[in-house]
Design a protein around this ligand. Sequence first.
Ligand SMILES: C[S@@+](CC[C@H](N)C(=O)[O-])C[C@H]1O[C@@H](n2cnc3c(N)ncnc32)[C@H](O)[C@@H]1O
Length: 224
Amino acid sequence: MKKINYIKYPLPRIRHHANPVLYFPKKQHKGNNFIYPPVYDSLNWEDVYANGMHPDMLDIGCGLGRFLIEISLLNEDKNILGFELRHHAVEWIEKVIAGENLTNVKALWYSAVNGLHFIKTGTIEKVFYFFPDPWVKKKHHKRRAFSAELLGEIHRVMKPDGEFYLMTDVPEVDEFQQETLNDFGKFSYKYISDNEWILPVQTNHEEFCMRKNIPFIRMICRKK
Ligand SMILES: C[S@@+](CC[C@H](N)C(=O)[O-])C[C@H]1O[C@@H](n2cnc3c(N)ncnc32)[C@H](O)[C@@H]1O
């Protein structure tokens, strides 16, 4: 597998969180005196991927994109799409993608709470949702993207045998996600131990947890 020398791409200063408006769907906001990522109805995949085909895998909240890029290197015949609302992170990932001439991976500056209308029904093999911002204060819970609406969209775009992977190091987030999955009802889910986890590359935050010995929880969901 190709090895990327990330030192060639100095990281910009990236704020921990984005402007709070970005955590809510654009249609909820009045006026336009704020910067908001584009909301797409459709995307022309010929402009995005060398093979002109639709994405096969989604990484929702891809952060600094380590997993996104590494999984694309391991799956050259698949197209990977990451969503991230921090613009500087997306710009940095796109610099790496251009610098390394990677043609099967894209980081989209997009807030996932606006839905996945531009992804065709039943086309996605794997969806990754790793270490979402925990928003532990009750008044911030509504900034969490994990909702019945997003689950409905993920369920719609997934192939019948598709897989939806989750990780978090915040037990309260795991409880919240489990409740949301139970209420949604159309996914079965299974907690996964370290030796059952088959993904061969780590996310930035997963690597951080491993380095600091912070425990985290892994789950795989499938369509019922
Ligand atoms: C804690 S980071 C984890 C990043 C990466 N998945 C990892 O494991 O290293 C969570 C990321 O999700 C992004 N995010 C939060 N809400 C989002 C939304 N509605 N749409 C897209 N990205 C979002 C944040 O900006 C942040 O980069």
